[in-house]
Design a binder for this molecule. Sequence first.
Ligand code: HH2
Length: 285
Amino acid sequence: MSRTPAAGDNERAGTLLAGPGPLVVGILNVTPDSFSDGGDFLDPEAAASHAAAMLDEGAEIIDVGGESTRPGSDPVGQEDEIRRVIPVIEEILSTCPGAVISVDTYRSGTAEAALEAGASLVNDVSALRADPRMASVVAQAGCPVVLMHMKGEPKTMQREPRYEDVVREVRDFLARRAEYAVAAGVEDVVVDPGIGFGKNLGHNLALLHDLDAIVDLGFPVLLGASRKRFIGRITGVQEARERVFGTVATTVLAYERGARLFRVHDVRANREALAVAEAVVRGTR
Ligand code: HH2
């Protein structure tokens, strides 16, 4: 199935970011090895029907990824990544034509193909460091980019990560990467502290506790804590799929500290929690 992008497609995510409320980003991993949903959505029809369910439950954006970046994971080649994500993006847009799609990739070729297929946001866990062409691809498309902090690389990043002051180092890194993106012509920047990417339990908790230091940079902040290992460490819940209550706690607390986007597997639980959190913060319905 092929699709010609409609005029304005690449503005969809930017328009959402310009609005006021929190945004739920539903995770769709088209991978055999993701840590909590690996292998579930390799078939484009199964993937599109899961995307439709997440949109029904209140997700504003669907983040499609073709490579796991969990600790210890191996990279896949760009061709395989494209072969996984493009049919899924096309299938989602044929069944849910207005869907706002983000592509979780650090490769410019994959980003280009995904934007061409109708994605309107690039989620780059390398913060534009992995591929020198990525900044110009994003700038040219006029779409927003998520810049995430990661120390090291997925394969080895959890081997005793060290910081002198994790919050200051992550904030300074994100400020530098945002400056780089803006200088390259990127108009919309979202920053993300990269929970679990080269961070131990204490580092993750410090970043969540002091999230306002990242919010103060002045860019929308995305939090990706969904079902992650540190939640299992705190609650004792070993099975990643069962970490929904712990995930919701991170969503609500991060929302109160000023985060705008929440990249989650369990859309309904997080959407409902955010609706209540928003109402309480406003003090009125
Ligand atoms: N976390 C993962 C993947 N992409 N992108 C952003 N911006 N922030 C994150 O925290 C983030 C991310 C890892 O989670 P998941 O996609 O569920 O697992 P896997 O990498 O195993 O596919």
